[in-house]
Design a binder for this molecule. Structure first.
Ligand SMILES: C[S@@+](CC[C@H](N)C(=O)[O-])C[C@H]1O[C@@H](n2cnc3c(N)ncnc32)[C@H](O)[C@@H]1O
Length: 428
């Protein structure tokens, strides 16, 4: 879909500071006005009912962002580079929050305005504004979403610093940058289309599609094509293969990006994607050596070995907030309240009497739980503390000990299958 359908929806968009006058930003703005991204959702309520969600959305995954607890009432949200759908999604799913969304693409904003009117989103303010200008909002923000945007800036560091300047002391940032390992083939093909003199015309898009259709079977791009879900629509083809400005990051580059811009790395949005035990399986011959490395080295090694990351989704905050992350090597963990990840599915319940393991699945990760894990997870109800979960589980398995519970809850944390509320606890 081109921008034509989105731009046909007129509406008042509050003027912000004009987008920065640099040339790259102008070119990027023109692209996203001509090729609105992502595919515009026409009815956000219906889309949500149909399963549309965003990673780390506070109303679904609150403890992931604020384990110490946080009301969404009055939450000040900034969607930086909102594209077509993100503004409405956040405003609709958090009616008690105040959402400001900015973009340099007028047509993306106009589609957002269309959704705002359709769903009566009085808590949403839309602004035509470049990301570097966010300090001019004169606002502190509690939750900043910036996914798929910073890697299109001439200086992603300047962009992150602008966001940091408006992040409230207890605020959280939900970011996505391109991942290098799975996009290697994308950059080969971008170079091909540059050499062929492609711009972003419908003919160029058709040429990309035709070229992809007869790509050699063993081309390095194949792996990316197998998982990319935005190539069905033309704006996705332009965004992927005909973009004039994008760069991708390795794990060490993501970590350096946070550190060098004065932010703390809270964690990956979905921890299992970076855990070698989940990705490679427990029998992998290199697993013991990988697990012996410091976490940053484990993630970097896994990225090279598994080549699964086309994007990196992660959470950043001011460094002093890092002390609030749940941890399992100090006594505080017994007071945490474990909450199952909302998308964790039990494929087959386990039976302690029959010693039958439980089979579970979340997203791509399927795993089984032994008797101990089954008894513990059965007792997780989102209200009991770990201490009470353990007592409950011990009714079925009297030999279940503290260390069993610690190892289990640490693993569920490392895989992101269980989230933790730490009310009144300073995890450190
Ligand atoms: C790939 S889309 C991602 C949209 C949305 N964040 C999402 O994840 O669905 C990138 C968006 O960022 C916007 N953008 C790019 N550079 C920007 C800048 N310097 N300031 C504000 N928005 C920008 C584009 O116009 C486009 O709408």
């Amino acid at each position: 879909m081109t921008a034509a359908s989105a731009s046909s929806v007129p509406g008042p968009v509050a003027p912000g500071a004009a987008p920065a006058p640099d040339k790259v930003t102008d070119i990027v703005a023109r692209q996203y006005s001509a090729w609105v991204y992502p595919q515009p959702v026409q009815d956000m309520q219906a889309a949500i009912a149909d399963g549309y969600f965003e990673f780390a959305a506070p109303h679904l995954f609150g403890p992931l962002l604020w384990p110490e607890g946080r009301s969404l009432a009055g939450l000040r949200v900034l969607i930086a580079g909102c594209g077509s759908n993100q503004a409405a999604y956040n405003a609709l799913s958090m009616p008690e929050a105040q959402v400001t969304a900015i973009d340099i693409s007028m047509n993306s904003l106009q589609h957002s305005q269309f959704l705002k009117e359709k769903h009566g989103l009085h808590n949403l303010t839309l602004r035509h504004m470049g990301l570097l200008q966010v300090p001019r909002l004169g606002q502190q923000l509690d939750y900043i979403v910036c996914t798929g945007v910073l890697h299109h800036l001439p200086s992603p560091d300047a962009g992150l610093q602008a966001l940091r300047a408006v992040l409230a002391p207890d605020g959280m940032m939900n970011l996505m940058l391109y991942g290098q390992s799975l996009r290697l083939g994308v950059y080969l093909m971008q170079e091909v289309f540059r050499r062929l003199g492609c711009g972003q015309t419908p003919e160029d898009v058709a040429l990309v599609r035709a070229t992809l259709a007869c790509l050699p079977d063993d081309h390095v791009l194949r792996r990316y094509l197998a998982v990319a879900d935005d190539l069905r629509y033309d704006a996705g083809i332009v965004d992927t293969f005909l973009h004039p400005q994008d760069r991708a990051y390795t794990v060490p580059q993501v970590l350096a990006f946070a550190r060098e811009n004065g932010l703390g790395f809270w964690g990956w949005t979905d921890a299992k994607d970076y855990d070698a035990r989940a990705v490679l399986g427990l029998q992998h011959p290199a697993l013991a050596r990988i697990q012996a490395l410091p976490p940053e080295e484990r993630w970097a090694t896994l990225e090279l070995l598994a080549q699964t990351r086309g994007t990196h989704r992660f959470l950043l905050c001011h460094p002093r907030r890092l002390a609030l992350r749940p941890r399992f090597d100090t006594p505080g963990w017994l007071a945490y309240v474990p909450v199952r990840h909302p998308f964790l599915k039990i494929l087959q319940p386990g039976s302690i009497q029959q010693d039958r393991p439980a089979q579970l699945k979340r997203d791509w990760h399927e795993f089984s739980l032994n008797r101990n894990g089954t008894a513990l997870l059965d007792a997780v109800d989102g209200r009991r503390s770990v201490r009470h979960v353990l007592r409950q589980a011990q009714k079925a398995l009297p030999d279940l000990g503290l260390e069993h519970a610690r190892v289990f809850f640490q693993l569920m944390h490392d895989w992101g299958h269980v989230l933790y509320e730490t009310p009144g606890k300073t995890p450190g």
